[in-house]
Every structure is written in structure tokens, then in C-alpha cells.
Write a protein that binds this ligand. Sequence first.
Ligand SMILES: [Zn+2]
Length: 276
Amino acid sequence: MSENKKFPNGESVKASGKLEEMTIDEVRDFQAEVAVFPLGSTEPHGPHLAYGTDTVIASGGAGAAVREANSRGARVLELPCLPIGNNVNFKAYPLACRIRVETLEAVLCDMADFLREEAIRKLVFLNAHGGNVAALQAALRRIHDRHAGELFACGCSISAFRKRGSPEVFNDHSPHAGDYETSLVLHLAPGLVRRERSVPTAMVEPDLAGLGNGAIQWVKPWHEFMPASCGGRPDLATEEKGREYFEDCVRGFADFLVELSAAPWHPRFPYSAASQ
Ligand SMILES: [Zn+2]
């Protein structure tokens, strides 16, 4: 790899690791240690956010953290973001793009098989859509079954890397199109936010009080939970909150990627090679 190859912004190709921006020679020279596969979704997010919100957050988080990790000597490859996920509970809205749970699980497993064939042994799924979690967890089990000792796969969302003990910055607990997602998109892609349409929207609780405590898992028909396809206080979202939160998470994710990239591979990974 020639160290003087540059992107227009002056960043070296070697430091990028974004597969979609690399040539075959650069890819051959890169010798990735870790692959990050961002998982998004294309679905309604109320009158103020775009269908691509989850994809913007997944690819934005992956891109920023991979760049930072590689600038610190890691060798992390950023794969293209998967923009379609599990949305069987979004059918009441128009054009909430969806593939079956088993299809997503199969895609994630196929990606692990493919990376194993490419001699990459460490894989991180960075997910930004709640509907993908079940298929992701099933895929991690299946990948373990198929590749334990040969490939390590793990999954997380960008918010997993928020520093412990950090103050709560968002004013609702909305899982969808509320303060959190609106603030992040105001930072990552402000042109996609319709500020004048960001209004407080109540979330609907089920009749059964026992389902309201968050401990029981079930699939919500989203149009009952959020008739307007959004909920919470997007009106309180700010670019500043989004930037601070995002940068904090990216720093934590980059730290993890640097550690993962530097850790030598052995069949007992991620436990000590010497432990019995
Ligand atoms: Zn979302």
C-alpha cells in the first residue's frame, strides 16, 4: 500500500477501511483483522424523520468508529450497511421494507461464512434497528455452532458504548423517532429532519398492566404502540445532544475495535490462549 494515496479530504486510504471506497489493490493490501457489518432498516419514523433513519445511524456509527480505530493503528474493514431488516410488525404503515426473520438470520450467517472464507476471524454486527435483534441473536448462536474456534462474532448497538455513569441526555424513553433518534439524525444528516413537524407524541400502553413493565418480551404491533409511527419528545431534540452522545459512543466503539483488532487470534479467542 502506498501511504500517500489520499481521499479528497486528505485522509489516507489505509486509514479508512470503508470497502465501498477502496480499490482492489487497496483491499488486497489492507489485510483486515476485523469486519464491521452495520445493520439498518428502511421504515417510517413519523412526520419529522426519514425512512432511512436507522440506516443513517448504523452506517454513521460504523463509519466514524472504523475511521478512528484505523487512525490508531487498527485494521478494521467497514462493510456496506444492510438497509432492510425485520419489520413484520410495521405492515400497517406504507412501504416499511421488510425481509423475513429467517432471511435476515440467513444473511448474517452467510456474511460470517463469507468472511471466514476471506480469512477474517473477527466480526462485529453494529445494529441500529430493534426489530433486528432477535434474528441477530439467533444468527450469533448459529455462527458459533458453525465457526466456534475459527471465527468470533458479536453484536451491539452504538449506544452500548456510552460511557457508564454518563447522565441521561434524552427527555423521553422512546425507542423510535423520539429525542434520541431525532438528535442523532440532526447531527449526522440534518437535511433529513423536518424540524417544524417534530411534535410531542404519546406512546400507547397495552391494556394488560403486566405487559407494561418491560420484563415480558412480545412483538408490538407498532401502529397500536405508535399510531403516528413516532413517539416521545422529538421537539426537544438538538444537534448538540446528538453530537455529544454520538461522539461519546463512537469513542467507546473505536476503543473496542482497536482492542479487538490488536488481540492475536487463537482457537480459544476471546479467552486466554493459555487457560485450561
Ligand atoms: Zn429507528
